[in-house]
Design a protein around this ligand. Structure first.
Ligand SMILES: [Zn+2]
Length: 317
């Protein structure tokens, strides 16, 4: 037998394993029970990662709603939970307790979810990680999602029934990107996916949406009619099973650090996308010397008000 096809199959298998290993973070499976983290030996250790402190808060701070800092360096008081079941949404990975956000984000997700049956023909959306009850850095995944203004939506339709807690931990989202990473997988991607992303991007409060570059390429090719919303959809590493919604700082949130508006234009030209499809970006070579792991972000590195948010009593539910 010719060994070539076997070698090819092996390579294909290897690349699939590698791809899923790097892309799985956003949907790592969890346990059904909410397992409290063990108490910290020295919670006042100045070198301690702030993620260890914020990750142990089960409820929001009993303070007026307040967004402190930047998407990737901050916290939130007065966050609200997105109910785990709505008519047109279900929250996934309940064990993570990350279905918290600024009330404006909760309202936005409900609004997007309500549009989806009519505009995209899905029964509803599956909601992935939002923020922790008091925001802050997380023990697993995500540099951002710290101030209650980011949320992940699965690129998988909500089924026509209520998922069990177990299913919400075990179910996997569907990979949208072709194995060569140069375009979407036509077996998985549909016009409905475009319609769901568009429904979110057309919301005025949304400032940015992150998707894999292959998905951005497909949106650029397939969007008909109004294309103004494409400017908000930005290519990003990962984001091949889910997309990420980011809203602007809410009015009156003086301590919320905003980001500039995405540069004008659809971001669809060959030169806009070229970077993302370079071989060195698609298949980065591992460094010869593995980089030293970065020390985690400490409480002292976060805005000072995050100490108050952390120390406040639990909000009554
Ligand atoms: Zn995200």
């Amino acid at each position: 037998m010719n060994p070539r096809p076997i070698l090819f199959l092996l390579l294909l298998l290897l690349s699939a394993v590698l791809t899923s290993a790097t892309a799985a973070l956003a949907q790592d499976k969890g346990s059904v029970e909410l397992k409290p983290l063990p108490p910290l030996a020295n919670p006042n250790d100045p070198k301690l990662g702030a993620k260890e402190l914020f990750g142990r808060k089960v409820l929001p701070a009993a303070l007026p709603t307040r967004v402190v800092g930047f998407y990737a360096k901050g916290c939130i008081a007065g966050a609200e939970a997105l109910p785990i079941n709505g008519e047109t949404w279900q929250v996934m990975r309940l064990s993570r307790n990350r279905n918290w956000a600024h009330p404006d984000m909760v309202a936005l997700l409900k609004r997007v979810a309500a549009k989806v049956p009519k505009e995209a023909g899905w029964p509803g959306i599956l909601v992935g990680d939002m923020s922790q009850p008091r925001g802050g850095p997380m023990i697993t995944g995500h540099a951002s999602h710290q101030v209650g203004l980011d949320a992940d939506i699965w690129l998988t339709p909500m089924p026509n029934r209520q998922l069990s807690r177990n299913e919400r931990e075990e179910m996997s989202a569907v990979m949208m990107v072709r194995s060569d990473r140069l375009d979407i997988d036509p077996q998985a991607w549909t016009p409905r996916h475009l319609a769901v992303i568009r429904a979110a991007a057309q919301e005025p409060r949304v400032q940015r949406i992150f998707v894999n570059a292959a998905i951005k390429k497909a949106l650029c090719r397939e969007a008909k009619g109004d294309r103004g919303w494409l400017a908000k959809v930005r290519p990003m590493y990962g984001h091949d099973y889910h997309f990420h919604i980011r809203i602007r700082c809410p009015a009156g949130s003086g301590e919320c650090e905003s980001q500039p508006e995405p540069s004008e234009g659809e971001g669809c030209s060959a030169s806009d996308l070229a970077y993302w499809f370079k071989d060195s970006v698609l298949h980065p070579k591992p460094p010869k010397v593995p980089p030293k792991p970065k020390p985690p972000m400490t409480l002292a590195q976060l805005p000072a008000a995050c100490r108050q948010v952390l120390a406040a009593p639990d909000a009554k539910q």
